[in-house]
Design a protein around this ligand. Structure first.
Ligand SMILES: C[S@@+](CC[C@H](N)C(=O)[O-])C[C@H]1O[C@@H](n2cnc3c(N)ncnc32)[C@H](O)[C@@H]1O
Length: 276
């Protein structure tokens, strides 16, 4: 993907969407990222793309929050490693004993670390053990990253989360990331991942989203994006697919109602994988 795209803007959008229905997202800290520029974007986004988008993000956050909570008891997870963590607030919503490794582009992790320290000093956020690592997944980063993560995680059980990121990466970079996950994880460790299936690219909402991102981020130039078929997740070596959800199944699960048609919803798919 071209360097012209300001992907960090999407991290602000995602955080603010989660704050729109705190009961649904389970995230009472996302609102800290609120700012006027993002509010203007959201107004435009809801009008130009889909009014359901905040709830899609709330449901996604809630699903992973609940899955991570469950895995702490069921799989003895002690470390959460969030790839492309953006401004998500899981560390503060989960048990304080959990260790967090947050990986994103260097400018994102620098800003997040600074804001979190500021909010903790004002007692707006509880203290947590968070290790920030700045990395660009389009560069040659694997060896250094593995040794940094291993030094923190040691042999502890981990949950790897990658949400809202694969859309922006290529196939080669995606395969490389999943190979890295395999080398970091042991039997019983988990991966939570999110992506768009091919069918979603035919919907009105998806086409509108591409037009919005082109207008806002790439000065009307088309950009590359990635769609991922179910088969990719079904065939990852050493892993079994243990759960799969989308906006519609999560709406049922969390009793969320929409009046929009399928065509007007940006329907992402959430996957849960377990190392075997
Ligand atoms: C839409 S945001 C999602 C953030 C977070 N996962 C969430 O759900 O709130 C996408 C994130 O992916 C990160 N990202 C995208 N491409 C990346 C790359 N090549 N290397 C590292 N991080 C990247 C962005 O910086 C951004 O924080």
């Amino acid at each position: 993907m071209g360097e012209t795209i300001k992907i960090h803007e999407t991290a602000f959008l995602t955080a603010t969407f989660r704050s729109i229905d705190e009961n649904l997202s389970g995230d009472c800290y996302a609102k800290l990222w609120h700012n006027e520029q993002t509010d203007l974007w959201i107004k435009d986004y809801l009008k130009s793309v889909s009014t359901e988008e905040p709830y899609c993000h709330c449901l996604r956050n809630r699903y992973f929050l609940d899955q991570i909570k469950k895995s702490i008891n069921q799989n003895n997870i002690e470390v959460l490693i969030n790839f492309g963590a953006g401004f998500s607030m899981y560390p503060f919503l989960l048990n304080e004993k959990l260790i967090h490794i947050e990986i994103d582009k260097p400018e994102i992790v620098k800003h997040k670390k600074q804001k979190i320290e500021e909010w903790q000093n004002k007692s707006l956020l509880p203290k947590r053990e968070i290790h920030f690592i700045g990395v660009d997944f389009n560069e040659d980063y694997q060896t250094k990253l593995i040794s940094k993560i291993t030094a923190i995680k040691k042999n502890k059980r981990c949950f790897i989360l990658i949400e809202g990121v694969l859309f922006f990466l290529g196939k080669k970079e995606t395969i490389s990331l999943f190979n890295l996950f395999n080398s970091l994880q042991n039997k019983g460790d988990l991966i939570g991942s999110v992506s768009f299936q091919n069918a979603v690219s035919k919907t009105i909402a998806f086409k509108k989203m591409l037009a919005f991102l082109a207008k806002k981020l790439t000065k009307d130039q088309a950009f590359d994006y990635q769609l991922i078929a179910n088969e990719f997740y079904q065939n990852i070596e050493n892993y079994k697919l243990t759960d799969q959800q989308d906006f519609f199944s999560l709406s049922k699960k969390y009793k969320h109602q929409t009046t929009l048609s399928k065509d007007e919803i940006l329907n992402e798919t959430m996957y849960l994988l377990e190392k075997i």
